[in-house]
Design a protein around this ligand. Structure first.
Ligand SMILES: [Zn+2]
Length: 313
């Protein structure tokens, strides 16, 4: 009952957050783990229903549809996971990406980050830093929900690569493959975000240490300023890869994602990152890998193998 109500939410987008957070959810959609001394909480923002072929728009259609079948995934319209992460290290509480928000009404099953942080007992005012992997709307929209900015601390620091901020002054959409309306919505959301939060932005060129063992590093590809967040403590490691890795990226790392602005570079960056994660034997969490997304990467011949994480409870 609740599920179908959520799927066809008739409420105006602006009201959705305040109304639904009063009702406890059947599935809390949060998953805690520890990397050494660093506390990590993966939170689902919801799902994005998007065309399956967007996961590999340069792939041979028959090979592509065979992959979907093999993975038991629907082809025409697929629910992409949308994960954000909260990291506590030292005296910092860092939100990594902020989910979809409510600015784009065509994706009404996402946008739950604020509500789910609050039900996890995380007050918005306790967040000291936000790390932004890139300025696509499904990664920043949560901070644009009405009333959110007022509840964040005035000394909040928002970390984003300088190259990302520069890119959105005149973004290049010539190599993407997105449904109609997306380029315009992405452009608008990024511009609005940069305007609203310009006083809080802390840009970095290639790398910045946000807290003990928490490093944000620009890798580019998906967007020129796309960054990953790497955690290391007491010999344990985890990388939040943002949009550098999609579910198809292990077996077909050279498939172009429809949201990649520079798909060839994105594929190069993805292969390099997956090789490194496999060699380090570290954990991987990525925005659009099925919740809670915690997994490992193994080498499999010329490509990679996805190894789901075991639930540690
Ligand atoms: Zn994304």
């Amino acid at each position: 009952m609740e599920l179908s109500k959520t799927a066809a939410d008739p409420m105006p987008a602006e009201d959705r957050v305040s109304v639904s957070h009063s009702e406890p959810e059947l599935v809390p959609s949060r998953y805690p783990l520890k990397i050494g001394d660093i506390e990590v909480l993966v939170v689902s923002d919801g799902v994005l229903s998007l065309p399956g072929p967007m996961l590999g728009h340069n792939a041979d259609p028959s090979v592509r549809s065979a992959w979907f079948k093999e993975m038991f995934l629907p082809y025409d319209e697929l629910d992409w996971a949308l994960n954000v992460v909260v990291v506590k290290s030292g005296d910092r509480t860092i939100l990594i990406d902020a989910g979809m928000g409510v600015a784009f009404p065509d994706l009404p099953r996402a946008g739950r980050t604020v509500q789910r942080l609050e039900s996890a007992g995380i007050n918005l005012a306790s967040i000291t830093d936000v790390a932004i992997t890139h300025l696509h709307m499904d990664h920043i929209g949560g901070l644009l929900i009405k009333g959110v900015k007022e509840r964040l601390r005035p000394d909040l620091r928002i970390h984003v690569a300088e190259a990302e901020v520069n890119f959105w002054e005149s973004p290049d959409f010539s190599q993407v493959s997105m449904p109609t309306g997306f380029p315009e919505a992405l452009r608008k959301t990024a511009t609005r975000f940069l305007q609203e939060y310009k006083g809080q932005l802390q840009t970095f060129e290639n790398q910045s240490e946000l807290a003990p063992g928490v490093l944000i590093t620009r890798i580019g590809g998906h967007t020129p300023g796309h960054s990953v967040v790497r955690l290391a403590s007491r010999g344990e490691r985890l990388t939040f890869a943002g949009d550098a890795v999609f579910p198809v990226g292990f077996q077909h790392p050279d498939w172009f994602n429809g949201f990649d602005h520079y798909p060839e570079e994105a594929a190069r960056v993805r292969i390099q990152l997956l090789r490194e994660l496999a060699a380090n034997r570290e954990s991987l969490v990525a925005t659009h890998l099925s919740f809670p997304s915690v997994c490992h990467v193994a080498i499999d011949g010329d490509t990679f193998r996805w190894v789901p994480g075991h639930w540690r409870y």
